[in-house]
Ligand binder design. Structure first.
Ligand code: PMP
Ligand code: GLN
Length: 380
């Protein structure tokens, strides 16, 4: 057995959801909405399932979805992608695996930012990469030039960036993106940009892709997820976009991971990406209202809530809230004593963890948020 995998635990998301199911707790842990998702997108998936082919679609993705992804990014982010530069994957998770396996050769150094999404490190290590971790800290979680310089070497090959950032709910700022672009160009590194939260941004902000910065078009792999864009997290339809020199190599990894993705879900994702701009604004406004409802309720109970600019998540600062427990102890206490599941943010650190922050998912019905708040009135 591979010792790397034999030594791995179960992901924090599955662990907390399983505990919530077992105890009947309200689950504000794992990030998934409790609504049905857009009915018209669901209807298109049902139609395509019953009326269209259910045999293997083309390996790189159905032309309609590849074209829809390119067109969508042209309209929403001003990018000049060609459909041939888009490869459809089974969720962003598969895109991450394919990109990491395709681009890392053993011994390559891979720069990542902590808190880091839990899939990155095991995939990089399995590919033989050497992790160089930049530690971000609350409340601003900012990337600095000094921190980047400290992880640079002549073996730097890849940077993996997640923006908007899960679990912090922050967006990597324009000045930070410029630093990272500089870093990539001066070290001849490729950036894998996990942008699954690109549409879930609030307060009128717009997502900025690293790919749009000078010098980055030819060295960025941009990853997206239909699951996040349409609030259908179980769908597992994603994509990776890169210049032909890179995407042709990514396709080689993808062909032996999943080869392809269910055709009816690809058809529905293509339909959904073509919807008018207003429908995405409506989705964002709904989540913003939920964010504000949970944040206001928590503040009313005396919790210190860190700013959330994007994603389904907001964070509580325990020390500032006057709670003398670390995040793991508090999350356990909240589950056992109040019946609310959350995610301790230290789970997103491989070393030197921030242990005073707990993540809550606000992508829930008002009644669910209100019930959780009622339970959280009990404090340790
Ligand atoms: N990256 C990040 C940062 C995520 O938060 C998630 C899931 N929430 C994924 C990747 C996985 O996306 P998918 O479900 O499309 O595989
Ligand atoms: N991305 C989701 C979260 O952060 C969970 C995804 C998963 O369970 N793998 O909660």
């Amino acid at each position: 057995m591979n010792p790397l995998f034999a030594g791995l635990g179960t992901t924090i998301f599955e662990t907390m959801s399983a505990r919530a199911r077992a105890s009947g707790a309200i689950n504000l842990g794992q990030g998934f909405p409790d609504g049905r998702g857009p009915e018209d997108v669901l209807a298109e998936a049902a139609r395509a399932l019953l009326e269209d082919s259910n045999q293997y679609p083309p390996m790189a993705g159905m032309p309609a979805l590849r074209e829809a992804v390119a067109a969508h990014y042209r309209v929403h982010q001003g990018l000049d992608l060609d459909a041939r530069e888009v490869i459809v994957t089974s969720g962003a998770t598969e895109a991450l695996a394919a990109a990491i396996f395709a681009l890392v050769t053993p011994g390559d150094e891979v720069v990542m930012f902590q808190p880091l999404y839990d899939a990155y490190l095991p995939l990089v290590q399995r590919a033989g990469g050497v992790a160089r971790l930049v530690r971000l800290e609350p409340p601003e979680w900012r990337v600095t030039a000094q921190a980047l310089a400290a992880v640079a070497s002549e073996r730097t090959r890849l940077v993996i960036l997640n923006s908007p950032l899960n679990p912090t709910g922050t967006m990597i700022g324009t000045d930070e993106l410029a630093l990272i672009a500089d870093f990539c160009t001066s070290h001849d590194a490729i950036a894998i940009c996990d942008e699954v939260w690109e549409h879930v941004v609030f307060d009128g902000a717009r997502h900025q892709s690293l790919m749009a910065l000078p010098g980055m078009r030819e060295r960025t792999v941009k990853i997206g997820s239909a699951g996040k864009i349409f609030s259908l997290t179980g769908w597992k339809v994603g994509w990776m976009c890169a210049t032909p020199a890179i995407s042709s190599v990514l396709a080689k990894a993808h062909q032996f991971l999943t080869f392809t993705t269910p055709p009816n879900l690809q058809a529905a994702a293509a339909y959904g990406l073509g919807k008018d701009v207003a429908s995405f604004d409506t989705m964002r406004a709904g989540y913003q209202r939920s964010r504000d409802r949970l944040a206001a309720g928590l503040r009313g109970l005396g919790y210190t809530v860190l700013p959330s600019a994007a994603t389904y998540f907001l964070n509580i600062d325990l020390a500032a809230s006057g709670i003398a427990m670390d995040d793991v102890a508090f999350a356990q206490w909240l589950l056992d004593e109040a019946g609310v599941a959350t995610i301790p943010v230290s789970a997103f650190y491989a070393q030197d963890a921030v242990t005073s922050v707990v993540r809550l998912c606000f992508a829930k019905q008002d009644a669910t948020l209100d019930a959780a708040l009622e339970r959280m009135a009990t404090r340790p």
